[in-house]
Write a new protein. Structure first.
Length: 142
């Protein structure tokens, strides 16, 4: 069984997130909701950072794709790395079998690293969709 069967919807979920980000302005990305919580740009950047740490570095053993002080201000600065990170992941999932999940990279098994990146993306995507509603936009159906 390939890992694409273990994580069958990750690619589609990422595509929906990227499509939502495409129509936003720099002001939308920088907007902070009432109470000073993280806005859309901050949450999307967090998804990319977690993916880069857990998947690119943790699972693939590669150097990070994102520069240390990465601070995206535009949709392109967010979407381009998320697409690149995704392509590395989709390739890995297509090449790897489920037996790799128990193997360790550093101190954590692959299943924990992939699972954390997936869960982070899902719950922060939900927050982004909620914030889109606060901005008066209709997020896609999940």
């Amino acid at each position: 069984m390939r890992l694409t069967e273990v994580f069958p919807y990750w690619r589609e979920c990422r595509a929906v997130l990227l499509a939502c980000l495409q129509g936003l302005s720099p002001a939308d990305l920088a907007w902070v909701p009432p109470g000073g919580r993280n806005g859309i740009g901050c949450l999307a950047a967090h998804i990319a950072r977690v993916h880069d740490r857990d998947v690119t570095q943790g699972v693939l053993g590669r150097p990070p794709l994102l520069p240390r002080n990465w601070d995206p201000r535009t949709v392109e600065e967010l979407v381009t790395p998320l697409e690149a990170l995704g392509e590395l992941l989709w390739d890995y999932l297509a090449r790897s079998g489920a037996e790799i999940l128990e193997k360790g990279h550093g101190t954590r098994p692959v299943k924990d690293l992939l699972g954390n990146a997936w869960i982070e993306e899902l719950h922060h995507r939900g927050q982004i969709f909620f914030l889109l509603r606060l901005l008066g936009r209709e997020p896609p159906a999940i």
